[in-house]
Design a protein around this ligand. Structure first.
Ligand SMILES: Nc1nc2c(ncn2[C@@H]2O[C@H](COP(=O)(O)OP(=O)(O)OP(=O)(O)O)[C@@H](O)[C@H]2O)c(=O)[nH]1
Ligand SMILES: [Mg+2]
Length: 442
């Protein structure tokens, strides 16, 4: 079966790219272009025809032809660069659908075929998905690192080390003691122990990879009427939340995803903290307190002109907080003092909001990015690494003089879990879940 899809975004645009992959790619290309010979790995200037009617679909187009296995999918593959109008795109897709053994690709199918043909490993496939979906600079940088194979190489090296230790143990099972160096078991034990602490270290990463992929959680909490919803609207550059001078306007949590100067952030506006006037507000306040507790960073907004600050608010300020003393247009001098970083600003006049953004970035970066050698970008990796640790724990607890065969099995399981991160073994069941998130045409 040959598959095709529009790989670029929907038009209208200057150029659109349609991809075709499969055994009969060349035959289909000739059918559609009437070219007698098509140069591989070079640009072929051509016309695209509807072979049934003989009509020209696009009079000036380009065809790139990559014979397998040296193509993205590892199969024969062609890329058609056509004019990017919806009518040209639709006409070409229709003609392709009429070719024998040709069907529209499923989401991520080109990349799935590349994986099945050993062109890329599973981590790379995932990171290609991340790169396509990346919206902020941090997400792009992270995906690029993993597309380039940093994490794969690391996991493969680690797996190699365990395989080597396993080989020693198997040798010890199969051959007489005198054939092997004396300390083989002791050395193996030591190496595996080191790997255990290495994996433990990888897991203690503050979940930075997942945070960059999914967004840092930043909550806006504080006094009623202090300007929390105004801040959410200003940072997200649209009217997400209702702003009013009535105290207690926001009851529910309002969340929005934004690119804060390169940082992916899930920003939550919450109910103001005060003595609740009714049940609904009480629920809203308890949600607000929970949000601030779960957040990676909490912006506590206070009206600089207010006389007293609620004790509950003072209590929620900690090292992960930034105080925003708002409404400096009413009172210019800081009226309250806190021990954490504070920005005196006016949301109304957009004054010092750039300072606030820099401080948010600075705090997130200090907390999460200072030692950024990201390896884990998904829960799937974390689960597999934890399974590795469990197997290694079992291995380390065994008396290797007695339970050598069982100990070998523990290491075999460890290599299996580690291998499945990169996609070396038993991956069928996870394939579906990874590729379904792709777009059609990739
Ligand atoms: N003077 C002045 N007024 C502001 C500023 N920022 C917000 N406001 C006003 O303060 C009032 C309350 O703003 P909101 O953004 O609704 O405040 P909130 O903290 O979300 O309020 P609740 O949802 O009720 O807790 C509105 O009338 C805003 O226009 C500011 O920097 N200066
Ligand atoms: Mg509000």
């Amino acid at each position: 079966m040959n598959i095709y899809a529009l790989s670029s975004g929907r038009g209208p645009s200057g150029i659109a790219i349609v991809r075709l992959s499969g055994k009969e790619t060349l035959k289909i290309c000739k059918n559609l272009t009437k070219l007698e010979s098509i140069k591989s790995n070079e640009v072929n200037f051509c016309k695209f025809y509807d072979p049934k009617k003989g009509d020209v679909i696009d009079p000036e187009a380009l065809l790139l032809w990559f014979p397998g296995p040296n193509s993205y999918t590892g199969e024969d593959l062609a890329e058609f660069q056509i004019h990017g109008s919806n009518s040209v795109i639709n006409a070409l897709l229709k003609v392709l659908s009429e070719q024998e053994n040709c069907r529209l690709a499923e989401p991520g199918e080109f990349t799935k075929i590349a994986f099945q043909n050993d062109k890329i490993d599973l981590l790379k496939a995932e990171s290609i998905g991340d790169l396509i979906h990346s919206e902020t600079e941090l997400q792009r940088l992270q995906a690029v690192k993993i597309v380039q194979g940093n994490a794969s190489n690391y996991y493969n090296d680690l797996r190699e080390k365990i395989v080597k230790s396993l080989a020693f143990i198997e040798a010890k099972i199969d051959f007489a003691d005198e054939d092997l160096p004396k300390n083989v078991l002791k050395d193996t034990h030591k190496i595996i122990k080191e790997i255990h602490s290495e994996i433990t270290n990888i897991l203690e990463d503050n979940k930075i990879g997942e945070k960059i992929r999914d967004g840092f959680r930043v909550s806006i909490t504080g006094e009623v009427n202090a300007g929390k919803s105004s801040l959410l609207n200003l940072l997200s550059k649209r009217e997400v939340a209702i702003v009013s001078d009535e105290a207690g306007t926001t009851r529910d949590v309002i969340e929005t995803y934004l690119n804060l100067d390169g940082y992916p952030v899930i920003l939550s506006d919450t109910a103001g903290i005060r003595e609740a006037k009714n049940e609904v507000e009480k629920k809203g306040i308890s949600l607000a307190l929970k949000k601030s507790k779960d957040a990676d960073l909490n912006i506590v907004v206070i009206d600089n002109s207010s006389k007293n600050i609620n004790n509950e608010i003072r209590k929620m300020v900690n090292k992960d907080s930034i105080i925003l003393l708002n409404k400096s247009d009413i009172l210019e001098k800081p009226n309250h003092i806190f021990e954490v970083e504070t920005v005196l600003a006016s949301i109304k006049n957009n004054k010092n909001i750039d300072k606030l953004i820099n401080l948010i970035k600075d705090k997130l970066s200090k907390k999460y990015l200072s030692n950024n050698s990201t390896l884990i970008t998904r829960e799937r990796h974390r689960t597999k690494l934890n399974e590795c640790l469990k197997e290694i724990d079992k291995f380390l607890k065994k008396d290797q003089n007695k339970d050598l065969e069982l100990a070998a099995e523990d290491l075999r399981m460890t290599t299996r879990h580690l291998g499945s991160i990169v996609g070396k073994v038993d991956v069928e069941e996870i394939l579906g879940s990874i590729f379904k998130d792709f777009c059609i045409g990739k």
